[in-house]
Design a protein around this ligand. Structure first.
Ligand code: ATP
Length: 354
């Protein structure tokens, strides 16, 4: 892992009046670019060949760089170029996936918004569960042995990206059948997690170390294929439906019952408090807790994303919650740029960068 002091010494040489906010062209890049511009920063988008037209069309970027493959970002000369432009990189879901958490930790010397120590905690299912348990979140039950399956479980394979390739099973026999069909080796690791029935809520938080405050900026429900399609036909398909999959295809806006808001905020605060104990200084900036709210109005959490999530794209002009906090269009992308701006003003940029 590149040490924090190394990144901070690069940051010390930056011309603070000429900071460029940069990200990879995918996921939440449009929002990040607009947010940077709204806060008065120069911005840059790094696009894979063939995607640059989209970013040019919206006219939100001061500079559009084209690369042949994403890993080019890790090349020494490319990094030197970014550093020469006083670039601060904003990580997002695709950014982390394309470059890989390990390579970001060990090879990316360009200053990045947030705390890169979080990558190891959110990409390892065991460590992530430990974090959630310590934050006293309620979690779905997990079964160590398929023989113990006594209710509907979702089987999560490590390689399954965005819920593709997950299977459901209600008993050991069903699990064995489906597992056999997948023709996986016995060594392939999987997690057997109780499938929680309820309403999914994905609250989008922002932790500001400068204000020492957890803000609830917005919330979404992921729209997933084919499970959401099957739901529409459930009474016709009955037992003959295809194996459900959970591939995110879009996001739906949602607000939550106001009486549930205190608990939503409390969960965010606990996740931040625990992150400080586990990997100081903990999460910095945006994060999301993926939850299901049951009929008993209990939140069961099954994942933490410790970076900007794609559901925030619904709120490029702000959400009902961010409007109450800011009385101006405040997306998560803009909130990141605002934190960098405030940190520059207070001469504490290193507090929000690693
Ligand atoms: P991503 O990294 O994009 O968040 P992932 O591969 O980590 O995706 P999950 O987020 O764990 O996958 O799950 C994908 C989807 O599967 C969720 O959005 C949710 O709809 C469903 N899901 C996951 N775990 C559970 C659970 N325990 N109970 C009910 N539904 C679940």
């Amino acid at each position: 892992m590149i040490h924090q002091s190394e990144i901070h010494s690069i940051l010390d040489d930056y011309d603070q009046k000429r900071i460029t906010i940069a990200t990879i062209g995918s996921h939440t890049a449009l929002q990040i670019l607009k947010g940077a511009r709204d806060e008065g920063f120069k911005n840059m988008v790094i696009c894979k060949e063939g995607t640059e037209d989209l970013y040019r069309q919206f006219g939100l970027a001061d500079e559009v760089l084209t690369i042949k493959k994403y890993t080019q970002v890790l090349e020494k000369t490319f990094q030197e170029r970014l550093i020469a432009q006083n670039a601060i990189l904003i990580p997002h879901g695709s950014f982390v996936e394309y470059l890989s958490p390990i390579k970001i930790e060990n090879e990316l010397a360009v200053p990045m918004f947030g705390n890169r120590k979080v990558l190891g905690w959110e990409s390892d299912r065991g460590k992530e569960r430990e974090w959630m348990e310590r934050a006293e979140l309620k979690l779905p039950r997990e079964f160590k042995d398929p023989k113990d399956i006594d209710r509907l479980v979702i089987v999560k394979f490590p390689g399954a990206k965005g819920g593709k390739g997950y299977i459901l099973a209600s008993n050991p026999y069903e699990f064995e059948q489906k597992h056999k069909e997948l023709e996986l080796s016995d060594k392939e690791k999987f997690t057997l997690q109780e499938y929680v029935i309820g309403t999914r809520f994905y609250p989008h938080y922002f932790y500001s170390p400068l204000k020492d405050r957890v803000e609830l900026l917005s919330m979404d429900i992921r729209y997933e294929s084919n499970i959401d399609g099957i739901a529409r036909l459930s009474y016709i398909l009955q037992d003959s439906h295809p194996e459900p999959s959970f591939v995110v295809t879009g996001n739906l806006p949602v607000v939550i019952r106001e009486s549930l808001l205190p608990r939503v905020l409390e969960m965010g605060q606990k996740v931040i408090g625990t992150s400080r104990e586990l990997f100081s200084p903990g999460v910095i900036g945006p994060f999301c807790i993926e939850t299901v709210c049951t009929e008993d109005l209990e939140f069961i959490a099954f994942e933490i994303s410790a970076r900007i999530v794609a559901g925030t794209n619904l709120y490029i002009n702000g959400s009902p919650y961010s409007q109450l906090l800011y009385q101006e269009p405040m997306s998560t992308g803009r909130r990141i740029a605002r934190e960098i701006k405030e940190a520059l003003k207070e001469q504490s940029l290193s507090e929000v960068i690693y």
